[in-house]
Design a protein around this ligand. Structure first.
Ligand code: AMP
Length: 295
């Protein structure tokens, strides 16, 4: 039976016991509405650790758009059942008051001074299009790590820039080990996302152009194209479809994050996209060159 805990304080005590006698503890933080992509992270954590736990918390601090937060899908009971079926030992959720006792303002929001600075990996792309997103994300991830103190924490490549920001935190704090798992995709190529369930059948079909654009850029790279502007043009041409509103379709050097887009010939590249389909914001990315070692 999975242990379901309603607060970070309870989770802290449980995790202390789980880590006793040198046992390794794997941790998968999520916002719930679990899909196959989340479950692949969980399966890997189960393989690589003695005990695995997960969190399900729709973190209000990382939503810069109130409507997006409100319509974000939630089904804790179903999530707990799926985690239990895989063999996860404990799942916990939380509230802002539970994560930050004594640090909320009268209106229930977090004191701004309590927000962490997400660092330079948060600049550009997601950071530019979602002001405050990474500060909100890393502030909660830091609380989660503090409470669980996992041996390893599992994140998805789908949220590439997030993995950079989280790795920076783990490097600063010297723990935990961050494991980044490949993006899990539908047969169509569409990256799995909790937000996909907000899309109609025709919107799902339309959304496939994101991964098509990434694959087109990858194909061009494999054929020898290295010019950033030409690669970007291929990426954007595939994604620019009626009913698809591109926020960005860009390239970066995966070994050296920069806020602004690279120019000229690239030695290594990752392509990243964000677009709205039917008002739902989707993101995806793909390495064009071989993924850096350890990624
Ligand atoms: P979320 O619940 O969307 O915050 O995601 C929780 C974790 O699952 C994050 O580390 C995500 O990057 C990861 N994740 C979400 N979708 C996918 C996917 N399609 N493939 C791999 N990991 C994913």
């Amino acid at each position: 039976m999975i242990v379901e805990l309603a607060s970070p304080a309870e989770a802290r005590a449980w995790c202390l016991g789980a880590r006793a006698a040198g046992r390794t503890l794997g941790f998968v933080p999520t916002m719930g509405a679990l899909h196959e992509g989340h479950l692949e992270l969980v399966a890997r954590a189960l393989r690589e650790n003695d005990v695995t736990c997960a969190s399900v918390y729709v973190n209000p601090l990382q939503f810069n758009d109130r409507a997006d937060f409100e319509r974000y899908p939630r089904d804790f009971a179903a999530d707990a059942r799926r985690l239990e079926a895989l063999g996860v030992a404990m799942v916990f959720t939380g509230t802002l008051a539970g994560f930050f006792p004594g640090d909320l303002r009268a209106d229930g929001t977090l004191k701004p001074a309590r927000l962490l600075a997400p660092g330079p990996s948060a600049e550009g792309l997601e950071g530019a299009h979602r002001p405050g997103h990474f500060a909100g994300m890393i502030t909660i991830v830091e609380r989660l790590f503090d409470c669980v103190q996992p041996t390893r924490a599992y994140f998805g490549q789908k949220d590439y820039q997030q993995t950079l920001v989280v790795r920076d935190l783990a490097r600063r704090q010297k723990r935990p080990e961050i494991v980044v798992c490949p993006t899990s995709r539908e047969r169509s190529g569409l990256a799995r996302s909790s937000r996909n369930m907000l899309l109609s059948k025709s919107e799902l079909d339309r959304a496939v152009c994101l991964s098509r654009g990434l694959k087109a850029a990858e194909k061009a790279w494999k054929k020898g194209l290295r010019d950033a502007q030409a690669l970007r043009a291929i990426l954007q041409a595939e994604i620019a479809r009626p009913g698809v509103e591109i926020e960005y379709a860009e390239l970066r050097d995966p070994e050296r994050w920069t806020a602004s887009a690279p120019q000229g010939n690239m030695k290594r590249a990752i392509a990243l996209v964000a677009a709205r389909v039917g008002g739902v914001r989707l993101i995806d990315n793909m390495y064009l060159s071989a993924p850096p070692r350890g990624s």
